[in-house]
Design a protein around this ligand. Structure first.
Ligand SMILES: Nc1ncnc2c1ncn2[C@@H]1O[C@H](COP(=O)(O)OP(=O)(O)OP(=O)(O)O)[C@@H](O)[C@H]1O
Ligand SMILES: O=P(O)(O)OC[C@H]1O[C@H](OP(=O)(O)OP(=O)(O)O)[C@H](O)[C@@H]1O
Length: 218
């Protein structure tokens, strides 16, 4: 039986495939544009499941995939029970609270009571505001979150920022950091025991490859 690896389509796909190729886990080109969603590895040793990024932890938790790659942001939000084994150091971004610049708010304490927060990450946002003793109403969106305050859907947002361009272009300013995120290698808890040798070998090859890259940079 080939090991099943769930890969996120979208922005993480190419850099993740590069890492797997550098580690010698994959030695053929994988294409996420071919409409084919299950791809086989070179010697029938792996099967690659091409999933929406947000669904990878689900495939891995249920054992439909033994291994997967997911952003930490998605892992935090999903609450799925998987083993998180390697920080791949890509897809680096931060989950932040941001408000319209012209409100002049700079801290969480200045937020209006029961403010509405638009976000793709309602669980993570709720948890964060609860921890800070702030009551909010979360409104779940699936994209273009930065638009919400401008159209009076919400007073603030919790979303990913990387370069800061999207916040700036939409007249928003960050007032707090919720979490840092990067892509993680995750393993199904049962597979990690039943296929320990094979999976450990893959993990070590990826870690060695990442370390040798770090050595070349330093
Ligand atoms: N601007 C960014 N810079 C760096 N990493 C990012 C950025 N935006 C998102 N990410 C990371 O990449 C992961 C996948 O994002 P991607 O946009 O491919 O999927 P998505 O958010 O599910 O979008 P879609 O709904 O279009 O599939 C996110 O979960 C996050 O960890
Ligand atoms: O700080 P920046 O470098 O501008 O990046 C941040 C943007 O990147 C992501 O959006 P994405 O392109 O995935 O679109 P989305 O709105 O559909 O999530 C994220 O949701 C932010 O909107």
């Amino acid at each position: 039986m080939p090991l099943k690896i769930a890969l996120p389509k979208g922005r993480l796909f190419d850099p993740v495939v590069d890492i797997l190729q550098e580690a010698g886990v994959v030695n053929k080109d994988l294409d996420d544009d071919s409409r084919k969603l299950i791809l086989s590895g070179q010697n029938g040793d792996f099967e690659f499941i091409l999933s929406k990024a947000v669904d990878v932890p689900t495939y891995v938790e249920y054992g439909a995939a033994d291994i997967g790659v997911s952003g930490k942001d998605v892992l935090l939000e999903s609450g799925k029970k998987v083993c998180e084994v390697v920080d791949l150091g890509l897809g680096c971004c931060r989950l932040v609270v941001a408000v319209p610049k012209d409100l002049g708010i700079t801290t969480l304490e200045e937020l209006p009571a029961k403010a509405r927060v638009a976000t793709k990450y309602p669980q993570t946002a709720e948890r964060f505001f609860n921890q800070h003793g702030i009551q909010v109403e979360t409104i779940k969106l699936n994209g273009s979150i930065e638009m919400a305050p401008a159209v009076d859907l919400a007073e603030m947002i919790v979303d990913i920022t990387s370069t800061g361009t999207t916040l700036r272009k939409n007249n928003l300013v960050e007032i707090a950091e919720v979490a840092k995120s990067s892509a993680r290698l995750i393993i199904n808890r049962v597979s990690y025991k039943t296929h320990y040798g094979e999976i450990k070998n893959i993990v070590q090859r990826i870690e060695r490859s990442l370390n040798s890259k770090d050595d070349q940079i330093n």
